[in-house]
Design a protein around this ligand. Structure first.
Ligand code: XIL
Length: 553
């Protein structure tokens, strides 16, 4: 009897499982907002909100209200907004965000109490004792204001305290107070609101690397010492051209194993402009991977996107030539990234835990200066969701780049750099997003040659005086169809002019001919991407000439 009912239940479970995969989502499901699906999974889905569009754009308000269950103030709770002068608090922007969230049944994550940016000069100039007191008072006032407000549930207590190597950032906080400001800040926050969840937050800590390991060790030590750190925030400012941190889930899990909650706090996934369908698809995959990583880690509370529309995003102002990092375009139309987040959150509860088999070694053929064809032995998938396709990666140590995707067991890689050795491998993916193990590596070298690596250079005279001038920027643009790994700009100085200095290029002068080659860090340009350099020239008093043109090769 026992055997019979147990096998019957298994038959039902299996039937339910395959039905869940075969049936398209119902119309209601498909149109349900992100927050509905997130709640069903016990997670939040959030967005950072800006007070300007929140007060004057209906589309912004409507999407913010319906799609998200959690809100972070993009700027309104930072120190420069809340305490611009010592002891003078202004909560107008913060309250606007909190009230909006309350009306829409959303949670607010307070961001951020102690940071080296967006903190007024009066704080930065204080001596140690006064700075510690000011920090404790700020935390007590800001956290205290919302301590009895059920909408505000958590805080970023300290933000970005490490540099990229995992050393302590030598901010004014650290330089004045040493490491102790971190424990003091957490203790002050706990005192101000014993029920709020208190987080440490940083960027470039999504994968396992020296910075995330420094954070891991600090959190472990603080908790050992009884400092109330409840949560770790992984900002998640990603870019499709730098590859996906494939160990995100593993990294979240190692923090979770310390006993803290984890969360993705500032997700955006930028690309080099202009946008196109291929980049959108890669971006969608990255969004899906982040959501899936959070879904797979029980202690991950949710994912907050840093904004939601490309109309209002910090990315184009911060990363030159990059943008389109969010899930709606600038006209509030959902992008493939929205569907990816939606589908990941809506994914069946009967998930497919089995990745596809490992693909065969890729074989390269038809290698040119900027492209190569690859074929490999196909994978199979037995987990139920079915083989969805393949990702093709370049092996580069810690941060492998995704070179392309295909739905069949072959692809043509484009946009490769000339005269470059590539080591590539393939991973199969299934309908549930599981990735197979890496195939063995294939090695090939692209040919040298023209390869479409054309470039252009234009110079702007920034300032001039009677005996000299500064040309800044000289903008170097890859006008070709494939990536370039170096550039050389030549120009002629008018007679009597001499070069006085230069920056962001390696410059040599022969007679009046100046040759500027890329520096080590700005030679690689994707198609349409630009970089800049500059130089200063001395000229005879009264002469008003400047170089007449720039040639790029
Ligand atoms: C950014 C905001 O998006 C911008 O509007 C502002 O000008 C600068 O700060 N890490 C953080 C966020 O913790 O507070 C930052 O937000 C983005 C990087």
């Amino acid at each position: 009897m026992f055997v019979l009912s147990s096998s019957f239940a298994r038959v039902l479970a299996l039937a339910g499982m395959s039905l869940a995969f075969l049936l398209p989502a119902s119309a209601a499901d498909a149109s349900a907002p992100l927050r509905t699906h997130a709640s069903a999974k016990g997670k939040f889905i959030g967005a950072a909100l800006a007070t300007g569009p929140l007060s004057n754009e209906t589309s912004y308000r409507n999407i913010a209200a319906t799609e998200f269950s959690q809100v972070t103030a993009e700027n309104a709770m930072k120190w420069d907004a809340t305490e611009p002068n010592q002891g003078q608090f202004n909560f107008s922007g913060a309250d606007a965000i909190v009230n909006f969230a309350t009306q829409n049944n959303q949670q607010v994550h307070g961001h951020t109490l102690v940071w080296h940016n967006q903190t007024p000069n009066w704080v930065q100039g204080l001596g140690a004792s006064a700075m510690r007191t000011a920090m404790q008072n700020h935390i007590s006032q800001v956290v205290g204001r919302y301590a009895n407000n059920a909408t505000v549930v958590s805080w970023d207590v300290v933000n970005e305290i490490f540099d990229d190597n995992g050393n302590w950032r030598t901010s004014f906080w650290y330089n004045t107070l040493g490491q102790s400001f971190v424990a003091d800040a957490f203790r002050a926050a706990r005192a101000a609101d014993p029920n709020a969840r208190l987080c440490i937050n940083d960027y470039n800590v999504e994968g396992i690397n020296s910075k995330s390991t420094a954070m891991y060790n600090l959190v472990s030590n603080l908790r050992r010492d009884g400092v109330p750190v409840d949560c770790v925030g992984f900002q998640g400012h990603l870019a499709i051209q730098y590859g996906f941190p494939n160990d995100l889930q593993q990294n979240l899990q190692r923090f979770a194993d310390l006993g803290v909650q984890v969360r993705i706090t500032e997700l955006d996934i930028r690309m080099q402009m202009p946008r196109n369908a291929t980049k959108d698809a890669t971006q969608a995959t990255y969004y899906r991977n982040v959501v899936n990583a959070c879904l797979a880690v029980t202690a991950c509370a949710g994912v907050t996107i840093w904004g939601f529309t490309d109309k209002h995003s910090w990315v184009p102002d911060t990363f030159q030539g990059e943008g389109a990092a969010l899930i709606y375009d600038e006209n509030y139309q959902a992008k493939p990234a929205y569907n990816a987040v939606h589908d990941a959150l809506a994914g069946g509860t009967t998930t497919d835990p089995t990745p596809p088999t490992t693909p065969g070694t890729p074989a390269a053929s038809n290698v040119t200066s900027n492209s190569a064809a690859l074929t490999w032995a196909a994978s199979t998938d037995s987990g139920g969701s079915g083989l969805a396709g393949y990702n093709v990666y370049r092996e580069q140590g810690a941060t492998d780049t995704l070179l392309g995707q295909s739905t069949t067991n072959s692809t043509t890689l484009t946009g490769l750099s000339p005269n470059t050795q590539y080591q590539v491998y393939v991973r199969a993916r299934d309908g549930a997003g599981n990735l197979s193990a890496n195939s063995p590596l294939a090695t090939f070298s692209t040919l040298s040659g023209p390869g479409g690596g054309a470039c252009s250079a234009t110079g702007t005279v920034q300032t001039q005086w009677s005996t000299g001038y500064v040309v800044q920027p000289v903008t170097v643009t890859n006008t070709g169809t494939s990536a370039i790994t170096g550039w050389t700009v030549t120009f002629t100085l008018p007679a009597g002019h001499t070069l006085a200095g230069s920056w962001n290029a390696d410059v040599t002068v022969s007679g009046q001919t100046v040759t500027a080659k890329n520096a080590g860090y700005n030679g690689s340009l994707a198609p349409n991407a630009s970089t800049t350099f500059g130089f200063q020239v001395s000229r005879p008093n009264g002469n008003t000439q400047t170089p007449s043109g720039y040639t790029c090769a």
